[in-house]
Design a protein around this ligand. Structure first.
Ligand SMILES: *Cc1c(COP(=O)(O)O)cnc(C)c1O
Length: 451
């Protein structure tokens, strides 16, 4: 009988991260300064990020060693299980084999601590006293607060004000781990004060919270900023999932034909996909599918061009798939997927034709999540439900064509803190929303023209 869960022992945890930049044909276009538009050098980033992380950002080394201190913390929940979704296969009546890499067992309940732990460690090594960041629904803030607690550094999170009041549970998690949570916009920064002066009732946005967190980091020598997705070093830290999955697929005596993940900024998908992508670059036949919301279709309907990472246009310009930094996504429940841009590395791989995109409506994703919960047990995060929907579509294609393919997807997190979203789904209160093309075009028309 084939195993349900394929487990690795602690000593089999990967000892190095995989850096896709070593194997990509050509180079990912470099970030550019927001004002001068010239390529940004490592020195430009030093007021904001730890030096070790900046080195990883631009490194072309194929393997980068994972320090033992990081592996020790990751061992709280890693290696994570690879699970064969027998019950889901049966419910679908498919001849496809479906596996998922289960990243929901981390203390924060998602893949995000894979990089948060590494970022907290390198900052601690460089004598940093405090880290700042922004968070929307709270997944990233919770991952960072947990990681800072592990290494004894302070964590200051600017949380989008409307989520601060509407999503209390992850805020509480951050407090348990000793994090300081400030509703954004706040009176603590110039960026926040300016916005409050204009609109005292401003509900906040991720773009505003980024501006506040960066300002708070620049203001003090002992404080740095952290980002939970998009950047190369974040993708790098996440590759531990794909490297584990590669070992686990071998144990299962199988090998994936289709590799799927949901994409917000791209980190959980890159983490699973990049170690396998090197085999496709070397000639192996595999398909890579990035699943995103119809209401925020960054890869399927955005353009590949330089854009800012934040709403205010303060961050470096990055070449990526983007809907325009002034794009305002609808308030769908997969909050972690509502981002106008995409990781430059993932965007570049898509541009090369290595990765395809698929967009789904939220109601079909909740339906997929419900089927998954009934068959495989764990309740998925609304973000994760997009990967499940994409896997089901592929499995049904196999059923139709009779092709016995192997499908692997990343189960990026559980939905225990998102149950109110499920309640709204059952109450019939969710709407599907495809972003109007003319509004995408208007946002894209405002972008700076570079090259
Ligand atoms: C944040 C989050 C995502 C989206 O972020 P990526 O950087 O694209 O991975 C997906 N799933 C879960 C559970 C998340 O918390």
């Amino acid at each position: 009988m084939s195993a349900k869960r394929i487990l690795l022992s602690e000593s089999e945890m990967p000892q190095a991260w995989y850096n896709l930049q070593a194997d990509l044909p050509g180079q990912i276009p470099p970030p550019r300064h927001p004002a001068t538009r010239q390529p940004v050098g490592p020195a430009d980033l030093e007021p904001i990020f730890a030096k070790a992380l900046i080195e990883q950002e631009v490194s072309r080394e194929r393997w980068i060693e994972i320090p033992d201190e990081i592996r020790r913390v990751l061992a709280i929940w890693r290696p994570s299980p690879l699970v064969r979704a027998f019950n889901l296969e049966k419910a679908l009546g498919t001849c496809a084999r479906i596996y998922f890499k289960d990243e929901s067992h981390s203390p924060a309940g998602s893949h995000k601590p894979n990089t948060a732990v590494a970022q907290a460690y390198y900052n601690k090594m460089e004598g940093i006293y405090q880290l700042t960041t922004e968070t929307g629904a709270g997944q990233w803030g919770a991952a960072l607060a947990f990681s800072c607690a592990q290494f004894g550094i302070k964590c200051k999170v600017f949380m989008v004000k409307v989520s601060y009041h509407q999503k209390p549970y992850r805020r509480s998690m951050m407090h348990v781990w000793g994090g300081e949570v400030t509703p954004s916009p706040s009176e603590e920064t110039e960026a926040g004060r300016t916005i409050l002066a204009e609109d005292p009732d401003c509900p906040g946005s991720l773009g505003i919270a980024i501006s506040e967190a960066v300002e708070a980091a620049i203001a003090r020598d002992d404080t740095k900023y952290t980002l939970g997705s998009v950047l190369n070093h974040v993708m790098l830290h996440q590759t531990i999932t794909g490297l584990e999955a590669e070992q686990q697929m071998k144990i299962a005596g199988d090998s994936p034909d289709v590799i799927i993940g949901c994409v917000g900024g791209g980190s959980n998908y890159a983490g699973l996909a990049f170690p396998f992508l090197r085999h496709k670059i070397a000639g192996a036949e595999m398909r890579f599918i990035a699943a995103e919301p119809q209401s925020c279709p960054t890869m399927s309907r955005g353009q590949y061009r330089y854009d800012f990472g934040d709403t205010a246009g303060l961050t470096p310009l990055m070449k990526m798939h983007t809907l325009g930094h002034t794009f305002i996504p609808a308030g769908i429940h997969a909050g972690g997927l509502r981002y106008h841009g995409m990781a430059p590395s993932l965007s570049y791989a898509a541009k090369l034709g290595l990765i395809e995109a698929a967009a789904f409506h939220q109601i079909e994703c909740f339906e997929a999540a419900k089927l998954f919960a009934e068959t495989e047990g764990t309740i998925p995060a609304p973000e994760t439900s997009h990967a499940i929907r994409a896997a089901i579509v592929e499995a049904l294609r196999c059923k139709e064509t009779g092709k016995e393919e192997c499908i692997l997807f990343n189960f990026s997190g559980h939905g225990i803190c998102d149950l109110s979203s499920y309640d709204r789904f059952f109450a019939g209160a969710l709407e599907d929303f495809a972003y109007p093309q003319d509004r995408i075009e208007r946002a894209l028309a405002q972008l700076p023209v570079i090259e």
